[in-house]
Design a binder for this molecule. Sequence first.
Ligand code: SF4
Length: 391
Amino acid sequence: MIIAPSQLQEKIKINEKTLKVGIYFHYPICQKKCPYCHFYSYQGNYEDHELWLAAILKEISLVAGQMSDLVEIDTVYFGGGTPSCLMPEEIDVLLSSLKRNFCCGLEEITLEFNPGDHSEKLPGFRQTGINRLSLGAQSFSEKVLKTLGRLHSVGDILKSVVQARKAGLTNINLDLMIGLPGEDDSAFDANTQGIKAAGPEHLAVYMLEELDEVPFKKVWEENPIAEDQMAETYEKYQTLLLEMGYEQYEISNYARAGYACQHNLKYWEYKPVIGFGPSAASHLGFVRWQNIPDLRLWSEAVLQGQMNLAEYLVLGPEAALKEKLMSGLRLKAGVDRAQIKKEYPGINFMFYEDKIHQLVEAGCLEVTASSIRIPPGRFLIANSILSELLF
Ligand code: SF4
């Protein structure tokens, strides 16, 4: 769907004077497509890289033209794809463009980084203002990395951490994947040693979602994993990381005190985020939109001063509240009851209150005077708790 950027502004109603907003950049190009990956990413070439850069700068100015007086940018996240393929000078140009076009008080700037790639660029990245590095480590077991079809080795992960520290990065996240076909105790031991050696401030520990549309589906079919085995693995990591001094603040995310990811918290707390780049999603006020996941179609529209969207929704208060509960209940802190009532004053809460009561009785929700949350011991069944509560 092609729209003029001004159509966004017509729908966005913001009560606060200036809204703190996060910016997400989606850079879709990778060195090689991983067999399990369902993100919009592909093995691209230099021409695609140049096209992305030209269009993203144009997209910043188009969107800023509609809402720069409404928002202040405080977090930036370069995700993908493999945004560490960008040069530090290119990141600098993007950040300068943000600063020219928006009011910015940048507190956290994250770059996703593939271990083994471009470590020599790390000092340059740090100089642009990047202050958080998210390393796609995935595993400290060579066997698991091979199963996943990754190009990097365990040595590459540790080398990248050392070089990132040398470059002055003091906030490092490691992404790990667990519960994979063929994973055994040796993978858990390798991850334990790897985490100790790398000493990250933050860990995102994901269970890979079993999807039909990715080539990795074949591996799952050949090595099915029992649900209780998945649960056992999840709990083992939960225990391990708590013992190591990390706090679990979200279903899959752990951090040392003061290092929770401020940008990702915006998604879970249902705060506004503007996404730039093909497939990037945005949410501002009650409006949600997503760019088309196609570099050519996205850039063609943007370079003509338009937006090509895969989704463009103006949510009613009921739908917005559901989205807020769906993301907020992933957090250990849960959602703030008073804030919900303030933000959604017209909603009849009886519908939720009956269900909440039943879920509390079943030990699946905890309600205090100020918050509602899923107890961390029930995080593994969060999806069924949420569907029971919301549908
Ligand atoms: S590097 Fe990351 S984004 Fe690229 S294909 Fe692999 S998993 Fe997907």
